[in-house]
Design a protein around this ligand. Structure first.
Ligand SMILES: N[C@@H]1[C@@H](O)[C@H](O)[C@@H](COP(=O)(O)O)O[C@@H]1O
Length: 241
């Protein structure tokens, strides 16, 4: 794992943005894996700015998001579909039929999970996967205890994860209790992974990612086994390193 320490969130967003642009500008058919949460918002804003300045085109890019809540309509303001549209897709001229998220409203969720896996394979697997880090080490919505061999699947969200995400909802009762997420093995098949970590609140989690034992009890620890991971973290997140 390569650790890139930057001063602050702005630098983190710019550094990650440049990594994304490098893929988009050099690969013929780039496949990006995208994440939600607060951490990648600055990166998405950076990409929007670059697009508006005419420095990049996303016409040939395919994207796959890590996860989606179960049971929210696509246009629900708390769905990840809505988030991606508002924070990125609608601003960068990417054809919407090239942007995939798991359908958390599918009638048969297991079938949807299999289809999602197949779509990723058909696209030739993910060239660059952006990841955020959950406080309990979750990546995507793979909570502690998820097998490292997991593929896209339905998960029961931890109470701590629901609480961490409650800030986006009117109340905690509105936070769905299930989600559909790429599995850990799916994520590990990405050719390159960029983990973004910002803020003091994530310092302990980041310490465990880098120095902790590789254990299913802390899903992000598996990244130690991936051949091409770049961690971009700001000073506050690196406090315990
Ligand atoms: N499903 C998402 C994850 O993909 C994200 O990485 C995590 C951290 O979010 P944040 O960046 O807001 O701390 O939150 C959510 O649970």
């Amino acid at each position: 794992m390569e650790l890139i320490k930057v001063r602050n969130y702005e630098e983190l967003s710019e550094y990650a943005g440049k990594l994304v642009l490098e893929k988009v500008n050099t690969l013929e058919n780039p496949v990006l894996g995208l994440a939600t949460g607060s951490t990648p918002e600055g990166l998405y804003q950076y990409l929007i700015n670059q697009y508006k300045e005419g420095k990049v085109s996303f016409e040939h890019v395919v994207t796959f998001n890590l996860d989606e809540y179960v049971g929210l309509e696509k246009d629900d303001i708390n769905s990840y579909n809505y988030y991606m549209n508002e924070k990125l897709f609608k601003h960068i001229g990417i054809p919407r039929n090239q942007t995939y998220l798991p359908d958390g409203n599918a009638i048969d969720l297991n079938e949807e999970a299999t289809n999602y896996e197949n779509r990723i394979k058909q696209a030739g697997n993910i060239d660059l996967q952006i990841l955020g880090l959950g406080l309990n080490g979750h990546i995507g919505f793979n909570e502690p205890g998820t097998p490292f061999t997991s593929r896209t699947h339905i998960v029961q969200l931890d109470e701590s994860t629901r609480q961490a995400n409650a800030r986006f909802f009117i109340s905690i009762d509105e936070v769905p209790s299930q989600a559909i997420t790429m599995g850990i093995e799916t994520i590990m098949e990405s050719k390159q992974i960029v983990l973004l970590v910002s803020g003091e609140g994530k310092a302990e989690a980041l310490h465990r990612v880098i120095n902790g034992e590789v254990s299913e009890e802390f899903p992000a620890s598996i990244l130690q086994k991936h051949p091409h991971v770049i961690i971009v973290a700001d000073e506050a997140a690196c406090k315990l390193l």
